[in-house]
Design a protein around this ligand. Structure first.
Ligand code: 3AM
Length: 181
């Protein structure tokens, strides 16, 4: 079974702006713009029954379209940076959607996520880069802000287990047609 996660896609015009942030950290692997996304719930390598249960539970999630915008850049892994990302401006709808995906994952039989939800678009992954290079990059580019974009669906992506960072394939798409959450 492929590695699965649920996510929100990034519209092309926003991806173009993010692509302008590529480069500038020695040794970083920059995510291809067509693979930008906001992860809602990481599922991992699961069996077919679990995957199907997750899909069925997601089909019951009710949510109306809502607006998001990206605001600021940051990194994960303080002394040893492992990712640079664009942050998502706080959104009650996004937080509620994440909670619903979490419920769907637990209904499907997966263990509860213990980490806080920190919505982001990963721009680059890295293993052995200098923390100072990342700090310099963030100080030059950190004031990043996009206009709002409409979220009209969420998807389940599959990825090759090997490296992370794509390519990702949309396995299922769920248009947002329900009531506001
Ligand atoms: O691209 P982002 O940062 O949104 O970091 C992985 C990536 O997130 C994350 O799932 C997304 C698709 O690969 N991921 C990978 N392994 C994970 C794990 N064990 C994980 N998230 C939580 N737990």
């Amino acid at each position: 079974m492929p590695r699965l996660f649920s996510a929100i896609e990034i519209p092309a015009e926003i991806a173009d702006r993010l692509a302008g942030l590529r480069g500038g950290i020695d040794g970083a692997r920059w995510v291809d713009p067509e693979n930008y996304h906001i992860t809602l719930r990481f599922i991992g390598d699961v069996d077919g029954t679990t995957a199907e249960r997750f899909c069925e539970a997601l089909a019951k999630v009710e949510c109306a379209p809502f607006a998001l915008n990206l605001d600021g850049l940051g990194s994960f892994g303080r002394g040893r940076p492992r990712a640079v990302w664009a942050g998502v401006a706080p959104s009650g709808e996004l937080a509620a959607l994440n909670r619903n995906h979490e419920k769907a994952a637990v209904l499907a039989g997966l263990g509860a996520e213990t980490r806080n939800f920190h919505p982001h678009v990963t721009l680059a992954r890295m293993k052995r880069v200098r923390a100072q290079d990342v700090a310099t990059y963030l100080s030059h580019n950190g004031a990043f802000l996009t206009s709002a974009f409409e979220v009209t669906r969420f998807v389940i992506y599959s990825s090759r287990a090997s490296r992370g960072g794509g390519p990702y394939v949309v396995e299922r798409a769920y248009p947002l047609t329900g009531r506001a959450i």
